[in-house]
Design a binder for this molecule. Structure first.
Ligand SMILES: C[S@@+](CC[C@H](N)C(=O)[O-])C[C@H]1O[C@@H](n2cnc3c(N)ncnc32)[C@H](O)[C@@H]1O
Length: 232
């Protein structure tokens, strides 16, 4: 392996994070949102919606994969975790090992997240808690959620998703939020920040939204220790 290799997977992975990971990467105090409504988009195989609902938060997940039956999705999660974990092989030194001890610890977190997700998804996937939909359009009224979270799609997959997709998706996430939107990370897998972030912030400002780049107590991809906050 030479030094030019970067962490790479073939497609957008259907994996997810635990609530502890979300609390760090979004610098989120979940207790502050009790009694509120929160959207996680894309929700992937995250434990967030399950756990937030158990803590008196009206949380909804949106992902293009949520039209898939639970058993099929379980298999997809397991394959994608294996594939994503294999992607660390030989490039471990490109990551910051503060939050996670090692690659086995990453797998432990992502496996715990997907197990909690699948159990909740099996019970609630046809109840409106998990909705299949595809950015840049969301099936919600304006201001439908107090807080909107979006991790590991925008910016991260900048090589697959064009600038217009980013612009339209951010405007759409802001449209359905009544308080704020938080987006993490702002970088590609190799740590390169989205090059036209300032232009996106200008578009959001023109639409009446103020934005800030805020540091978070989490860094796994090198340099990915900030989020974009859109104030609605
Ligand atoms: C890497 S996962 C991130 C999940 C979660 N937010 C996290 O941080 O772990 C990316 C997710 O984006 C979903 N996805 C890809 N394109 C999408 C789109 N246009 N609209 C909604 N979800 C999409 C995929 O199905 C996948 O579950």
């Amino acid at each position: 392996m030479d030094g030019t290799e970067t962490y790479a997977i073939d497609d957008v992975a259907f994996i997810g994070r635990t609530v502890t990971e979300y609390e760090h990467m979004f610098d989120l105090d979940l207790s502050a949102w009790e009694g509120e409504s929160v959207l996680d988009c894309p929700g992937g195989a995250c434990a967030f919606v399950s756990e937030a609902n158990s803590r008196d938060i009206d949380a909804v997940g949106v992902d293009l994969m949520y039209d898939t039956p639970p058993e099929e999705l379980r298999q997809r999660c397991e394959e994608d975790i294996d594939r994503a974990i294999a992607g660390f092989d030989g490039v471990e030194d490109q990551f910051v090992w503060d939050f996670y001890d090692d690659v086995a610890d990453v797998r432990a977190h992502w496996s715990a997240a997907y197990r909690e997700f699948i159990e909740d998804y099996e019970q609630h996937y046809d109840s409106g808690r998990y909705l299949p939909s595809k950015l840049p359009e969301l099936p919600f009224e304006d201001d439908a959620f107090s807080l909107v979270l979006s991790a590991h799609l925008l910016f991260l997959y900048m090589d697959k998703l064009d600038h217009e997709f980013h612009e339209q998706s951010l405007l759409e996430l802001a449209r359905v939020a009544s308080d704020e939107v938080r987006v993490y990370p702002l970088e590609r897998f190799d740590g390169m920040r989205y090059p036209r972030l300032d232009e996106l912030r200008e578009v959001l400002a023109d639409a009446g939204y103020s934005t800030e780049i805020r540091s978070v107590p989490f860094e796994f991809q090198q340099g990915a220790d900030e989020l974009l906050r859109i104030e609605v």
